[in-house]
Design a protein around this ligand. Structure first.
Ligand code: G3P
Ligand code: MG
Length: 249
């Protein structure tokens, strides 16, 4: 069952204000008053689930190389905050377990985007869900599990059928209706720049909540909500909140 979606969901934590996919980002989201965040989960070379967007370390750490070629111990030596700003130097790549524990402690709901390294989709989905299930507490709201990779969503349906799935879409696939019946999503997570009016009408016709990513403009946010979007994933909630009449505390 899909827990109530807040209007605003932090992207990769709160990517405009803290290094993406880090514990610092989760703390920032909490202090900014967000009730839910999205982050990206993938596997290390030794099959540990971590938060990381890219397949390589290069952009968001002081290291280089492929995540899938490195162990968790090696990845933990890398600085995942200094690239963003000196105040975040020393921030480490979090494990999924560490991130979930912090979200649970702070009362933040999560959208776990399964982001497999190339060629590792089913294995990544199975392992990420296994770790998440092992660390889940019964009093936490169920996570929204999303992915662009339909294999990951099919594994999610098999392994954790009661956890709501978010069908991430860049463009509307041709076999759209077939995929809907296979995945049985709870939400459609739609890229903001890739839909036409007829796409949107089709999305609305499913009666599924539409979550739009990544929205960083107040006027745009207002228009999307007026058109029927249920929630917006944003790097900068403080930019959108006034346009939506939301008070973030
Ligand atoms: O889940 C929404 C959004 O995060 C998908 O795109 O590339 O930022 O992970 P990306
Ligand atoms: Mg993501």
């Amino acid at each position: 069952m899909l827990p109530p979606l807040p209007r605003l969901i932090g992207h990769r934590g709160v990517a405009a204000h803290a290094p993406e996919n880090t514990l610092a980002g989760i703390r920032w989201a909490h202090s900014a008053g967000l009730k839910m965040i999205e982050f990206d989960a993938k596997l290390t070379g030794d099959d540990e689930a971590i938060l990381m967007h890219d397949d390589t370390l290069d952009r968001t750490t002081d290291g280089r190389g492929k995540v899938r070629d490195l162990s968790l111990a090696e990845l933990k030596k890398r600085d995942a905050g200094g690239w963003f700003g000196p105040g975040f130097a020393g921030e480490r790549i979090p494990t999924l377990a560490e991130a979930l524990a912090l979200c649970g402690e702070l009362g933040i709901a999560v959208n776990i985007e399964i982001k497999p390294c190339r060629g590792r989709a089913k294995h990544t989905a199975a392992r990420v869900l296994q770790v998440a299930a092992e660390h889940w507490r019964p009093n936490w709201p169920l996570p929204l599990v999303s992915s662009f990779d339909t294999d990951c969503l099919i594994v999610a349906r098999e392994k954790m059928p009661n956890w709501p799935r978010g069908f991430l879409l860049e463009t509307r696939p041709i076999d759209w209706h077939d995929l809907l019946s296979v995945i049985q999503p709870a939400t459609l997570n739609v890229g903001d720049t890739h839909w036409s009016a007829s796409d949107w009408a089709d999305y609305r016709a499913t009666h599924l909540p539409i979550v739009v990513y990544t929205v960083n403009d107040g006027d745009r946010a207002r228009r999307l909500i007026d058109q029927g979007a249920a929630a917006l994933i944003t790097d900068d909630p403080a930019l959108l909140a006034p346009a939506l009449g939301i008070r973030l505390s």
